[in-house]
Write a new protein. Structure first.
Length: 358
């Protein structure tokens, strides 16, 4: 594996003249944000996952892992000839990964029983008679139920991915695709979002108690697509969903929605998460739809559950800074965000508090 040069940290202070989406006058302190490259330069990073203290990257050139407790570089962990879209760690070193060939014509699921040291293709009925893309996994450890989403289906498996049963939607749906499936850790509801066949925003929720599904369309104006979801650490009914050209919010588990971030360009909010330590703080990161040219890495921070935002930029001239995945890790009084970029590898953003001044 080639040696990746690290870019020296660039400290960005809230008090300096960065562009701001809105004034956040309710917050008496600011944040000190430091960006640093962690390598995998040039790779398309579809997804980042934390397994204990190891960061896994699903990329267009296979799987990579980095031990965050050391200064070691990334280690390739197989599937190097595959475009790995999503990855999940289940139990007892049992991992699954969904991938395509480099031409994105074959749709495959791989299984590892040794913690990612080796991989075998998993024989399953995913897609029904014909395989279809598997875009995201979610795992309910309490019931040993595996969830996954495809073109227009959310399906479940009780045998670690070998046998799948559609829960909502159908195999081989005429839709652009569901981008995420996620469980609300506070109440167990299942959420999935993406885009329908006519480029409309699509969102589904399964009630944990009743098992019934509810669906919404066009919560963001077309064309749009759901790309990410974030659940409040304190209130199970407060949820943010990121999509193309904006972020929406509910405080009543979907009974009503409010648009809290609006964009009029093709900006996709792939990264969205509530801070695990600071109540009402939210982080958002996005990609401006441009497959050819560099773009800045832009991180948004809200201190009032998404009602207003401040923007932080890291903009080296040749950086492909569009974010396709974001995950957080608490580290004492710091929050570390790991950002998977389109053609830009992996970056770390460290958020620390700045003391208030009179």
């Amino acid at each position: 594996m080639k040696v990746i040069k690290k870019i020296a940290p660039l400290t960005l202070l809230c008090a300096l003249a960065f562009s701001s989406c809105e004034d956040d006058t309710a917050t008496p302190i600011g944040q000190n944000v430091t960006f640093k490259s962690l390598g995998l330069d040039g790779r398309i990073v579809h997804e980042l996952d934390l397994v204990e203290n190891k960061l896994w990257a699903s990329t267009d050139a296979g799987l990579f892992v980095k031990d965050l407790g050391t200064n070691a570089d990334w280690t390739a962990r197989g599937l190097s000839q595959k475009n790995v879209k999503t990855f999940i760690a289940l139990e007892d070193n049992l991992f699954l990964a969904s991938a395509t060939d480099v031409n994105q014509e074959e749709f495959l699921i791989f299984k590892s029983t040794d913690g990612g040291q080796s991989w075998l293709e998993l024989q399953s009925n995913w897609g029904g008679a014909t395989p279809e893309p598997l875009n995201d996994f979610a795992w309910d450890a309490a019931t040993n139920t595996l969830y996954a989403c495809g073109a227009g289906v959310v399906a479940t498996s009780e045998d670690y991915g070998e046998t799948w049963t559609p829960s909502t939607g159908e195999w081989q749906s005429m839709a652009s695709g569901l981008a995420f499936v996620s469980l609300n850790p506070k109440n167990g509801d299942v959420w999935s979002g993406g885009q329908n066949a006519i480029e409309g925003f699509m969102l589904h929720r399964q009630d944990k108690t009743s098992g019934e599904w509810q669906s919404w369309t066009n919560l963001l104006p077309s064309p749009s697509v759901g790309k990410s979801i974030a659940f409040s650490e304190s209130d199970p009914q407060t949820i943010l969903v990121g999509g193309e050209d904006g972020i929406i919010k509910t405080t009543n588990n979907g009974s009503s929605w409010n648009r809290v971030k609006e964009d009029h360009t093709a900006r996709f909010y792939f990264g969205l998460t509530f801070d695990q330590q600071v109540e009402e703080r939210v982080y958002a990161a996005s990609w401006d739809k441009n497959f050819q040219d560099p773009q800045p890495l832009i991180l948004l921070i809200s201190n009032n559950s998404g009602n207003s935002w401040k923007e932080y930029r890291h903009a080296p001239a040749q950086l492909f800074g569009g974010v396709w995945s974001m995950i957080q890790k608490s580290d004492g009084n710091k929050t570390r965000l790991y950002l998977g970029l389109y053609k830009g590898g992996v970056y770390e953003a460290v958020i620390e508090e700045m003391a208030a001044t009179e």
